[in-house]
Design a binder for this molecule. Structure first.
Ligand SMILES: C[S@@+](CC[C@H](N)C(=O)[O-])C[C@H]1O[C@@H](n2cnc3c(N)ncnc32)[C@H](O)[C@@H]1O
Length: 288
C-alpha cells in the first residue's frame, strides 16, 4: 500500500520517540529496582547510532532516569495486561504503533499465540534487521504489519493473518497523542469491528488539554534531542477513548497512573510525576 502521509524512520519525526522509549527501557533494565527487563533495548539503541540520542545520554542523564522511571511503570503495566489476557484465553495480540517494543520476543506467550506489530515500514524494517542480527527469537507467532495508522491498516492486518473471529488483546501505548482526531476515531471504530467476544484493549491515556502534557521543560529538552513534541502531538479536540468504547458496549476500567506507580512501590520525581498525575491507563473488555 502506498501512503500519502509523511514517512519517518527510527531517527526522524515521531520515529525518534520510539528510540527514546527504547533508551528509557534500557536504563530501566539496569536499575536495581527494575520493574521490567528488556534485554534487546540496548542493542536496538546502539544500532540506531543516533547523535541526538548520544547527546541526550551525555547531557541529560538525570532526565532520562526520571523518564525511564515512568516508562518502566508503563511497560510493566502493559506486560502484565498481556500476560493476563493470554492466561484469560485471548489468541491474538495487536500492538498498535509498536515502535521498538520487544514483547513478542521477551514475554512468555502461550504456544502459537499470534502477535501483530503495526508501525511505519522503516521503523519495523530497522527493528527486524537489528533483532535478526542480535539473534533474537520471537516467543510467539510474530507478524509485522508495516502500515500507517492513518491509512487502511485494517486491510493490512487482515492480509497479515488476523482472524476477527478470535478474541484479541489490543494495545495503544504511547500512540494516541500523535494521532489526529479522525485517525483515532477510525482506530477505535476498527478495533470495535474487529473484536470478537472476550477481546480487550489497554490504552495509555493523558487527561486534560493536550497542550498541558508538554511543559516548557519537556519541550525544550526534547528539542535538544531533535524531537519537536509540540509539533508531533496532535491538539485536535476529541472524545475520551474510554467513553467511546463504553458507548459501543465495552466495559471500561480506568486506573490512575500515580496509583499504579505507587502500587509498584516507585516514587517518580519531576516530570515523571507530572506524567503519572496527568495519566491513566484505560482497559476495556468486550463481553459479547
Ligand atoms: C512513543 S513511540 C511508542 C512506541 C511503542 N508503543 C513503545 O511504547 O515503545 C510512538 C510510535 O508511534 C508510531 N506512530 C505514530 N504515528 C503513527 C502512524 N500514523 N502510523 C504508524 N505508526 C505511528 C511511531 O512510529 C512510533 O514508533
Amino acid at each position: 500500500m502506498t501512503s500519502t502521509h509523511e514517512q519517518w524512520d527510527i531517527v526522524s519525526g515521531v520515529g525518534m520517540t520510539a528510540l527514546a522509549v527504547a533508551a528509557a527501557r534500557a536504563i530501566e533494565s539496569h536499575r536495581d529496582d527494575r520493574l521490567i527487563n528488556d534485554p534487546y533495548a540496548e542493542g536496538l539503541v546502539a544500532a540506531a547510532r543516533s547523535p541526538a540520542l548520544a547527546e541526550m545520554e551525555n547531557s541529560s542523564a538525570e532526565m532520562l532516569e526520571t523518564m525511564s522511571g515512568y516508562l518502566g511503570v508503563r511497560t510493566r503495566f502493559f506486560d502484565e495486561y498481556f500476560l493476563r489476557a493470554a492466561a484469560g484465553g485471548v489468541q491474538q495480540a495487536v500492538i498498535l504503533a509498536s515502535g521498538l517494543d520487544t514483547r513478542a520476543f521477551r514475554l512468555n506467550w502461550p504456544e502459537g499465540l499470534r502477535v501483530f506489530e503495526i508501525d511505519q515500514p522503516k521503523v519495523l524494517q530497522f527493528k527486524d534487521e537489528t533483532l535478526d542480527r542480535i539473534g533474537a527469537q520471537p516467543g510467539s507467532d510474530r507478524r509485522v504489519v508495516p502500515v500507517d495508522l492513518r491509512d487502511d491498516w485494517a486491510s493490512a492486518l487482515d492480509t497479515a493473518g488476523f482472524d476477527a473471529s478470535l478474541p484479541t488483546a489490543w494495545l495503544a501505548e504511547g500512540l494516541l497523542p500523535y494521532l489526529p482526531a479522525e485517525a483515532e476515531a477510525q482506530l477505535l471504530a476498527t478495533i470495535d469491528r474487529f473484536s470478537a467476544p472476550g477481546s480487550r484493549i489497554s490504552i495509555e491515556h493523558m487527561t486534560g488539554p493536550r497542550e498541558e502534557y508538554v511543559s516548557d521543560e519537556l519541550r525544550n529538552l526534547a528539542l535538544e534531542w531533535g524531537m519537536d513534541l509540540q509539533a508531533l502531538f496532535s491538539t485536535d479536540e476529541r472524545p475520551d477513548p474510554g467513553e467511546v468504547l463504553a458507548g459501543r458496549g465495552w466495559n471500561v476500567r480506568r486506573e490512575p497512573t500515580n496509583e499504579i506507580t505507587a502500587g509498584y512501590g516507585r516514587a517518580l520525581p519531576g516530570l515523571g510525576e507530572r506524567f503519572a498525575e496527568l495519566g491513566c491507563m484505560i482497559t476495556a473488555f468486550r463481553e459479547k
